[in-house]
Ligand binder design. Structure first.
Ligand code: NIG
Ligand code: FE
Length: 404
């Protein structure tokens, strides 16, 4: 007898494959089979398929989607910023708190004080929460260390999270996040130092992409450009915290470096959007930060649609502006605040999010893609954007292995 063709197969649910330019790509009474962690079949159920598999999972209804991809998180951090949240409720702004040495710098103090193991222990539950709610790929940024040793510690913790949970973690070097006290009044000197740490961190296999916070309370476009040039020399792709609180031309700057993504972009101009369209730069929408900061300026959604810029949705999970530990909840907020259709939100948390990480082997259910998928206890995909709280994820699989 020949060896079975498949390592595993799931049946008894409807597939939302997203395997088309538009529409959910629904396959009623579908089957999804995989071999060596890769999808070998996604389509209508045929009895023969089941006899050809080592393992058969039978569901009684529900929907299977591609595994969710959280393409923008700062989930490695120590402590919390609930006190700052209370200050903001009393009227202080995010910028005021940052300028007074709180904000990002208060998390920097907590991260520097934590051992690597303590940092891992604090961060792991946040990654687990994201997985339990359907995420199978995570991006994790540094940016709360702001010196060589502590940036290295954060990136190493990010790698350890991927190894211990069995999911893909893409790491992003975000040393250009805030100015550490050692370099007060010398942002250019700090950028020089941060550029200097990058080759060694990259050589240690800790960096997949480079990011910066290009903002009045962050770094200037010229400083951002210098960091990006250093990334380019090492062959590393870039992405950018762009035009979140003001329009500094960040979207166009990221696109000019063939950036994987420009993120936030509430204040981006039409020129910025056009540049993104030309260079294939994904718009990463972060409705959690918009919600928590009670922002009112919407990202330029109509322009993004008109110019056909792919839109991704991510949690931005971080202690300051977005203590959000569910990508499905981010999809809900994207629908409510940004009026993304549930289909846009689902593409935004799967195939477009994968594109924002430079990954082209996931985000749709199709033979040849990674067997990353989620079985949901829902009747229609729009429910993913409809429920607040709860958790309809019934089974989460990464490369064919059940992880939640
Ligand atoms: O994406 N804007 C900068 N970075 C984060 C916030 C980080 C923080 O406040 O700790 C963001 O919103
Ligand atoms: Fe962010």
């Amino acid at each position: 007898m020949n060896a079975p063709r498949f390592d595993g197969i799931v049946v008894g649910a409807t597939l939302a494959t997203l395997d088309a330019y538009a529409g959910y790509g629904m396959v009623e009474d579908g089957a999804l089979a995989w071999k060596d962690g890769v999808i070998a079949y996604a389509g209508p159920r045929e009895p023969m398929l089941e006899s050809d598999s080592v393992e058969v999972h039978r569901f009684a209804g529900g929907i299977i989607t591609p595994g969710l991809v959280d393409c923008h998180t700062h989930l490695v951090f120590a402590g919390d910023r609930a006190a700052e949240f209370e200050l903001r409720l009393q009227g202080a702004s995010y910028e005021e708190i940052a300028r007074a040495g709180g904000g990002i710098l208060s998390t920097v103090r907590a991260v520097r004080a934590a051992s690597e193991d303590a940092l891992l222990a604090e961060s792991l539950p946040r990654a687990q929460a994201l997985l339990a709610d359907g995420a199978t790929t995570l991006e994790i940024k540094s940016g709360y260390g702001l010196d060589f040793e502590n940036e290295r510690k954060m990136l190493h913790v990010a790698r350890r999270i991927g190894e211990s949970l069995g999911v893909t973690v893409r790491t992003t070097y975000l040393a250009a996040h805030a100015l550490p006290p050692e370099f007060a009044n010398d942002p250019d000197g700090y950028i020089d130092a941060a550029i200097g740490w990058l080759p060694e961190l990259h050589a240690q296999g800790l960096v997949d992409a480079v990011d910066a916070f290009c903002e009045g309370i962050g770094f200037s476009p010229a400083q951002t450009r210098r960091m990006f040039e250093a990334a380019r020399e090492l062959g590393l792709p870039v992405k950018l915290h762009a035009d979140q609180l003001s329009d500094l031309g960040g979207a166009a700057l990221a696109a000019g470096f063939d950036g994987l993504s420009a993120d936030h972009i509430e204040h981006a101009s039409e020129d910025g959007v056009r540049a993104m369209a030309e260079r294939g730069t994904v718009a990463v929408l972060l409705p959690g930060a918009f919600h928590v900061l009670r922002e009112t300026k919407l990202p330029p959604l109509e322009l993004l649609r008109a110019h056909d810029v792919p839109m991704a949705v991510a949690t931005d999970c971080n202690p300051g502006t977005s203590p959000l530990q569910s990508l499905r909840q981010a999809m809900q907020l994207a629908s409510t605040h940004f009026r993304l259709t549930p289909e846009e939100a689902l593409r935004g948390a799967t195939v477009h999010a994968a594109q924002a990480l430079g990954l082209h082997d996931r985000g749709v259910l199709r033979a040849g893609m990674r067997a990353d998928f989620v079985h949901w206890r829902i009747r229609r995909p729009a429910e993913l954007c409809y429920w607040l709280g709860g958790n309809p994820a019934d089974g989460v699989f990464a490369a064919g292995e059940r992880i939640a």
